[in-house]
Write a protein that binds this ligand. Structure first.
Ligand code: WT7
Length: 613
């Protein structure tokens, strides 16, 4: 199946010898070996050959009505100039370039220019702090960074170049920073800075594509795990591209000529697979959304749908929940008759109310809603309805069916595959698929321990799931200490690391709790050092600021409860399960407390929580 798809859907420089050579138990995942291709050629040149003037990108800029269209010919030109510039400035095949930019054509051209010359890219979400950025640059060992002078979002200017300046101060590897101009205001340039727009114009519009092996690295993308250190997941060329292209086509019922509107930022896997690679591999027209769902008002998405004639809209549950609260009139004001499919996911479950509203109000009850389950690790959608297929059923709030070639299994607590149709358990995937991540950059051992060893022979997703008697899947949430805040994935350990570094803090425990709009909020239990007589408000604010500054705004705790001690087992392990139950107000099901070291700790915390919330 995959070999036929790869032959038909990709343009090869040299065709592959074997479809796959994988052994999940050893973390060996290799697809289409012997094959050579160039991803940028697949996303650009082959469409320029047939329809050069077709619009590839619609850059939906922050200010409504100021969109910019870029044709395939123009995007290929930008990519080639940029590829030549990178090459001339010493970027080599196998190097890793860090991209810190908002969603815009130059960011896409940067990704594709890397692919053109055989460099890997590492896009870091432009909402990340200088420290988070610098950690990712260092881990990726990038010597080149590409950024913009300033970003613009929700009517506000964001000083991205300044953040890069701060970040590279602690990155000795960085030799050059390319700065594109998003606003008029010139950036203060340092010795390593290069004016991207000017330099690009000096380059040729033709750039020889590197012939890449199928399994060469296409990109790294950092995501959170259950320890403090983010992991750079590695995706490779052919398998990733094929999987993104195929899922884009079949999940969203994409057809030639459609305008595809994925509003996720390119800094996340959703932006990579469904704003860039999937649609471009299919020769589609894709929207790059720079703004927010409420700028300049809560009708923004639907006004954009009307103005650009969007056919498929792919958004996050957190935004849908937010917009639902503003009422139907913001949706009904605009003509949404072009819409055919509505997608949701982007990192979190959608509740039934939001699903129904999306379906009934946004889609006028006529557009199927696809709830898509996947992860940075999976490269593309793995479980989702495919509404174009005859008889396809969709049940609100369920991710429904595995995609072609995906074999989900549910494991019980003992690690046995659950054979009955109706079951719940740890979600694993029994067979490798072309889009899956190959390893963690510089840490294959961690890849094995996280994904391959928990259930030998299977890929462990970290999520729990339920399978109905009809064989449909519903995702029930993470089984580890990873939480999802407004669709942004974050490890509670990362937040704890920052909180614990505050001089007055002795220790802390961070957990996620259900939040109306964000899906999950961040709740921090903090023990102050002995003798610290901190003004409660001050410490809380200080901790929130620290987390925003060190990680990103969205990671800042919504709630901070100062406690005398944390509930621990006699061996000193924090009982997070108990903390979660307290915060979710499920006091009747605190569970077995017999292993608690000091039972009064729990009573104190329950009392404190009542007073706080
Ligand atoms: C985690 C992955 C959607 C991909 C982009 C985010 C959660 C993802 C669903 C869904 C419920 C979902 C899982 C997963 N998740 N899709 N349809 N229903 N939960 O990728 O940042 O790597 O996050 O998002 O917990 O493990 P990510």
């Amino acid at each position: 199946f995959w070999a036929a798809a790869a032959r038909r859907r990709l343009r090869w420089i040299r065709t592959f010898d074997t479809a796959q050579d994988c052994d999940l138990s050893r973390g060996k995942i290799r697809w289409f070996e012997g094959g050579r291709l160039n991803v940028s050629v697949n996303c650009l040149d082959r469409h320029v050959d047939t329809c050069p003037e077709k619009v590839a990108l619609i850059w939906e800029r922050d200010e409504p009505g100021s969109e910019v269209k870029v044709t395939y010919r123009e995007l290929l030109e930008m990519t080639c100039r940029l590829g030549n510039l990178l090459r001339r400035r010493g970027v080599k095949r196998g190097d890793c370039v860090t991209i810190y930019m908002p969603s815009c054509p130059m960011a896409v051209a940067s990704m594709l220019a890397c692919a053109r010359i055989g460099a890997a890219h590492n896009v870091v979400f432009a909402g990340f702090s200088a420290e988070a950025l610098s950690e990712r640059i260092r881990d990726a060992q990038s010597s080149t960074v590409i950024t913009v002078n300033q970003g613009v979002r929700g009517g506000k200017v964001v000083e991205l170049k300044k953040t890069v300046d701060e970040a590279v101060r602690s990155c000795s590897s960085v030799q050059q920073v390319f700065v594109a101009m998003r606003t008029e205001k010139p950036a203060e340039m340092t010795a390593v800075d290069v004016a991207l727009d000017e330099e690009m114009l000096k380059e040729e519009v033709v750039c020889e594509p590197a012939a890449m092996d199928s399994e060469d690295v296409l990109f790294l993308l950092y995501t959170s795990g259950s320890t403090g250190k983010p992991k750079g997941l590695v995706h490779t060329q052919a398998g990733y591209l094929l999987y993104a292209a195929l899922t884009h086509r079949y999940v969203f019922s994409y057809q030639d000529g459609d305008v595809f509107g994925c509003v996720a930022d390119i800094g996340w896997i959703t932006g990579h697979s469904y704003a860039v690679y999937g649609p471009l591999a299919n020769g589609g027209t894709t929207v790059l959304f720079e703004s927010t769902p409420v700028y300049p008002n809560p009708g923004r998405y639907w006004e954009t749908v009307q103005r650009l004639g969007i056919n498929q809209f792919y958004g996050a549950p957190t935004a849908i929940r937010l917009l639902l609260k503003y009422g139907d009139q913001w949706v009904q004001k605009y003509d949404r008759s072009t819409l055919k499919t509505l997608g949701t996911a982007v990192g979190e479950p959608i509740n039934t109310e939001a699903w129904e509203w999306y379906h009934r109000v946004v889609g006028d009850g006529r557009c199927p809603v696809v709830d898509t389950w996947w992860q940075t690790e999976t490269g593309g959608i793995c479980i989702s309805p495919r509404p174009a297929e005859p008889g396809a059923e969709i049940i609100p709030g369920m991710a429904m069916r595995p995609f072609f070639g995906i074999q989900p299994v549910l494991m019980d607590a003992e690690g046995n595959v659950q054979n009955s149709t109706e079951a719940s358990g740890a979600l694993c995937i029994a067979q490798p698929w072309p889009g899956m991540a190959r390893t963690i950059h510089n840490d294959h051992q961690r890849f094995l321990e996280t994904y391959c060893h928990p259930y030998p022979g299977y890929f462990f997703t970290g999520d729990g799931a339920y399978r109905s008697k009809d064989g449909y899947y519903q995702i029930t949430g993470r089984l580890d200490d990873v939480i999802n805040v407004s669709g942004h994935r974050i490890g509670t350990a990362e937040i704890e690391d920052v909180v614990n570094q505050c001089p007055v803090v002795a220790e802390s425990a961070v957990i996620g709790y259900s939040h109306d709009i964000k899906g999950q909020g961040v709740y921090a239990f903090v023990v102050l050092k002995q003798g610290v007589d901190a003004q409660k408000g001050d410490v809380s604010q200080q901790l929130k600021d620290m987390v925003s500054k060190r990680i990103a705004k969205y990671a800042g705790p919504d709630c901070i409860q100062l406690v005398k001690r944390l509930p621990k087992t006699r061996s000193g392990k924090i009982m997070r399960r108990v903390l979660r139950k307290i915060v979710e107000r499920e006091l009747e099901s605190l569970g077995d407390l017999s292993t608690l070291d000091d039972p009064t700790a729990v009573q104190e915390i329950i009392q404190g929580h009542k007073e706080l919330c």
